[in-house]
Design a protein around this ligand. Structure first.
Ligand code: AMP
Ligand code: MG
Length: 494
């Protein structure tokens, strides 16, 4: 290949050598393209047809390295389920390089599942087709839902079997991110008391993600503040669409504020705050309702790594950082309450609105109501007439419980300047009709892994591209699972 396909400009590769290990992916036997994300390719300034060609697929699978790539595995550490792991790192992912997209934003292009690295520990460096499809579908759905996230540029099968509890087809996901720098990346250097590396990393992040922090009197404190804001907003968005990340370890907490690492993640069907899907989360550490407190804990860990940079007086540093970390719960609440108000169709802000939301959620939990459908259908209801409430009432085990709440909601709507139609339009633009329901994702994985059939994957992916549209012909994808279809547990993406 002559003209560069990607046009890489690799800023991370210019950092010191102990930030990563340089190495190439391990070739696979017979790569085949499952999916190329054309619109994302275009946005990155890449030619989707070239990427989908035989030679392009060799690159996506890691069999060929473009001449301007500088492949590397990043070093990082992390607190996993509260326990410290001093060395994690990209054990099965390799950063090919960075491109500048059409908005002028730098994006990592990373191959996930492309062989062992010095950070693999006991792992095989590979990824299984099912989890690759899950990540492709869910991350692209999150993007369509307007939530900051890593993206999927392509998925390829490797033609090789990967050993897990049984042999499963191998695959590689081509992942795109604003960067793959995590809280755990900072913790890696902090644990080694490598202050010089911390400073270089922080400067890199400021230049790349938070250039305004540079103007601040205390740039590293401003960086902390910016990351706290980004995470507060992100986790609020998750909660507002019923998303459970499932493995919020500090190595899965992105500094750029994107959702990263779609392992045992899931969207709730029926609402309950203690919902957990991850098969390894026995204590419910990463349950739906714990996500904000856990993000707070992860950010306290991030703050700690910045202490040596914030001020030469460490007591002063600590005090300043602690102050910022203490502000997280309020920032989260503000972001969440604002979103909750919008979900209820309220334009003005009143003190009692958060109680109205809490009461609806409590009623939903008591009545096993479907999270997504309740809010979607609430948008259809008239503000001064309950005669057509059945579509929502029937989602509650005891429909009268909804009626009682709806009386308060309608009383509150009387203070609103907007009419039904306007409210409905606004509510439908934020309360999705379609989410990647677990039983649908499972169906996709079973068809692909067991039968080599990708039709269900294509169909589900397409439906989820327009989550806020009614899509009359796809209404079956709005439906919650039948009792026998309920997915009880999801597994880490290994
Ligand atoms: P995760 O649970 O996906 O966030 O991964 C935690 C750590 O395990 C990271 O350092 C991963 O790179 C590593 N890891 C996960 N799966 C594998 C695998 N199959 N081979 C090597 N390393 C892995
Ligand atoms: Mg991870």
């Amino acid at each position: 290949m002559n003209a560069p396909i990607f046009g890489f400009d690799n800023s991370y590769a210019r950092l010191p050598e102990h930030f990563f290990a340089r190495l190439s992916p391990t070739p696979v036997s017979t790569p085949r393209l499952v999916k190329i994300n054309e619109s994302l390719a275009n946005h990155l300034g890449l030619d989707a047809a070239v990427l989908a060609s035989t030679e392009g697929v060799q690159i996506l699978a890691g069999n060929r390295i473009p001449s301007d790539a500088e492949p590397l595995a990043m070093a990082y550490a992390g607190f996993q389920f509260g326990g410290w792991s001093p060395q994690l790192g990209d054990g099965r992912a390799i950063l090919l390089g960075e491109v500048i997209d059409q908005d002028g934003i730098r994006r990592d292009i990373q191959l996930k599942g492309c062989g062992r690295t010095p950070f693999s520990r006991n792992g095989d460096g590979r990824a299984v087709l099912g989890p690759v499809l899950r990540e492709y579908i869910v991350s692209e759905a999150m993007h369509a839902l307007g939530v900051p996230t890593t993206r999927a540029l392509a998925a390829v099968t490797t033609g090789e079997q990967v050993q897990r509890e049984r042999f499963l087809p191998g695959a590689v996901l081509v992942r795109v991110a604003r960067s793959h720098i995590r809280v755990g990346t900072f913790q890696y250097f902090a644990a080694r008391q490598d202050i010089e590396a911390l400073r270089l990393l922080a400067d890199h992040v400021i230049d790349r993600h938070y250039p305004n922090a540079r103007e601040d009197q205390r740039p590293y404190l401003a960086l902390l503040d910016a990351v706290i804001n980004a995470q507060a907003s992100l986790v609020a968005r998750w909660k507002l669409i019923g998303f459970i990340h499932g493995v919020m370890n500090t190595d899965n907490t992105s500094i750029s504020g994107e959702t990263i690492d779609y392992g045992p993640c899931a969207f709730m069907d029926t609402y309950h705050p203690s919902t957990v899907y991850s098969s390894i989360d026995h204590g419910g550490r990463y349950a739906y309702a714990n996500q904000a407190p856990i993000a707070h804990w992860n950010l306290a860990g991030f703050a700690q790594t910045l202490i040596p940079l914030i001020d030469t007086d460490s007591a002063q540093s600590l005090e300043l950082a602690q102050d910022r970390v203490n502000a997280f719960p309020a920032r989260f609440e503000t972001a969440y309450n604002e979103g909750a108000r919008e979900k209820l169709g309220l334009e003005m802000s009143k003190q009692s609105d958060s109680t109205l939301m809490e009461e609806l959620l409590a009623t939903m939990a008591d009545n096993q109501a479907d999270f997504t459908l309740v809010f979607r259908r609430l948008s259809w209801l008239a503000g001064d007439d309950d005669s057509s409430d059945d579509s929502v009432r029937q989602l509650f085990k005891e429909p009268a419980a909804f009626d009682r709440w709806a009386v308060q909601w309608r009383a509150r709507l009387r203070d609103e300047p907007r009419g039904d139609l306007e409210r409905c339009t606004q509510m439908q633009a934020i309360n999705p009709a379609y989410i990647p329901r677990n039983h649908r994702v499972e169906e996709v994985i079973r068809a692909a892994e067991d039968n080599g059939s990708f039709g269900p994957f294509e169909r589900l992916h397409e439906v989820l591209q327009k989550p806020f549209d009614e899509q009359q012909i796809n209404v079956e994808f709005q439906k919650p699972p039948q009792p026998e279809e309920i997915v009880q547990a999801t597994f880490c993406g290994t």
